[in-house]
Design a binder for this molecule. Structure first.
Ligand code: B12
Ligand code: SF4
Ligand code: SF4
Length: 377
């Protein structure tokens, strides 16, 4: 087998199946990453969504027997919607981040990696392979950085010169000793725009995130959202794009290579009030195909309630009052109470005064009291 030829063939093949960039790196351990992950854990800066076993994250030989290389792939996703939403006056909408536009990217990238695997299996019948996207053990970014896909930006994202940071990443560990590619030079330079723009100060310094302060993480939590973050959420109901939209390297980047990734505006920029009353089935039908639905209905509804407060939408007082008095979930009742307090007015005040007499849950009572205080302020 001529491995150099196989690499060239694989690169050519990857272009025919909708892989926008491909790079190759060794399967040696990620020693720098190990220290980084330990440090992040000590500082309590991890989100909790990462694979907890650090050794598995940094040592490919724990994932595949005698690995020789890792193939990293990137797929560019759109940043602008081809179709627009048409809202009536006063209708308020939330927004899903771009990484949740179109069909769940895990399936799209797995499809491409399955095709790569099938190609290699045909050429090298006894090949050993292990592929992953996001939910695997490896750090997709660390692999991509070492394989020369892009550099690791101060906003933590892998930035490609061609597509900016709006790329999804995935990889395949192989036992074929492909020749490796060189990492790319860092192009952030003295720019600090992402750090300055981050609404919650989650970017502690270039390339270091306190995930517990990151809105992308906070939108995915299921409990009460700490009050200091509620205002910063704005109308984001899933994820956050701010540190990417301000990045000069992303200027003008908007690629529509994959039809599965085209967003449906009514879905990714949905009206807020109808979200409040969705049944599980309705939620699944409307949002189930998005990557942003993986945490279920509750966080999306909680964030929609917070977004209505952001807009001070008085037309939502009735809907919020229904949630406050009859939703079985304390997080939803309590967040509705806070939102009513933010919106204010006589209707909101009366609803909160009634609710405080009925409410049994201590945390919700705290939120109702907070809501009443907000109205008095
Ligand atoms: C947990 C997780 C999150 C968490 C934490 C994010 C974070 N920055 O760590 C939360 C929920 C906040 C999150 C948010 C987002 N995520 Co996310 N997430 C992940 C996940 C599952 C693990 C990331 C991880 O391990 N982080 C720990 C940090 C320490 O390591 P790392 O970022 O992976 O690796 C870098 C650092 O270690 C750094 N590093 C190593 N040593 C050192 C030393 C020094 C001194 C410095 C400065 C840096 C440094 O270099 C590595 C390479 O860049 C990955 C998928 C995966 N399996 O890798 C997706 C992934 C990183 N997420 C992704 C995306 C798209 C996002 C969002 C943009 C979504 C959104 N719009 O809301 C945001 C971006 C937020 C941000 N600024 O990072 C993409 C990134 C694509 C890209 N182009 O970079 C990934 C790769 C998923 C995928 N397969 O496409 N995510
Ligand atoms: S995703 Fe939003 S909150 Fe998180 S680091 Fe970027 S700008 Fe800050
Ligand atoms: S905004 Fe500036 S510092 Fe931040 S990632 Fe982009 S180029 Fe780098």
């Amino acid at each position: 087998m001529n491995i150099a030829e196989l690499k060239e063939d694989l690169i050519s093949y990857s272009k025919t199946i909708g892989i926008d960039k491909i790079g190759f790196t060794t399967a040696s351990t990620f020693d720098g990453l190990r220290n980084r992950l330990v440090k992040q854990q000590e500082l309590n800066y991890q989100s909790g969504f990462e694979e907890p076993d650090i050794e598995k994250r940094v040592n490919p030989s724990l994932l595949l027997d005698r690995p020789q290389s890792i193939i990293s792939i990137a797929l560019a996703y759109p940043t602008k919607m081809s179709k627009r939403v048409t809202s009536k006056k006063g209708e308020r909408r939330g927004i899903f981040c771009r990484a949740s536009w179109g069909e769940d990217y895990h399936y799209v990238l797995k499809d491409r990696l399955n095709k790569l695997e099938a190609y290699l299996q045909e050429k090298v019948p006894d090949v050993q392979l292990k592929s992953m996207v996001d939910t695997g053990e490896l750090s997709d970014r660390a692999v991509a950085e070492r394989a020369g896909i892009g550099w690791s930006g101060k906003n933590c994202s892998i930035i490609t010169p061609e597509f900016g940071s709006y790329v999804y990443l995935g990889e395949t560990i192989t036992n074929i000793p492909f020749e490796t590619d060189e990492p790319m030079e860092d192009r952030c330079g003295s720019c600090n725009k992402c750090i300055d723009a981050c609404p919650t100060g989650a970017l502690v310094q270039g390339g270091q995130l306190d995930a517990k302060r990151c809105i992308a993480f906070l939108t995915q939590t299921k409990g009460f959202l700490a009050e200091e973050f509620r205002v910063e959420l704005g109308n984001r109901i899933y994820g956050c794009d701010t540190c990417q939209t301000v990045c000069p390297e992303n200027k003008g980047k908007d690629f529509h290579f994959h039809k599965e990734m085209e967003p449906e505006p009514e879905v990714v920029k949905p009206l807020l009030k109808p979200i409040l009353h969705l049944s599980n089935r309705e939620f699944k039908d409307k949002f189930g195909s998005l990557s942003g639905s993986w945490r279920g209905k509750k966080p999306i509804q909680r964030n929609a309630i917070i977004a209505l407060a952001h807009f001070k939408d008085e037309t939502a007082i009735e809907d919020l009052t229904i949630l406050l008095t009859s939703d079985p979930r304390p997080v939803i009742r309590g967040t509705a109470a806070w939102s009513l307090g933010k919106i204010g007015g006589d209707g909101a005040k009366t609803a909160l005064q009634h609710a405080i007499d009925m409410e049994q849950d201590e945390e919700v009572r705290v939120e109702i009291t907070k809501g009443l205080q907000l109205i008095e302020e």
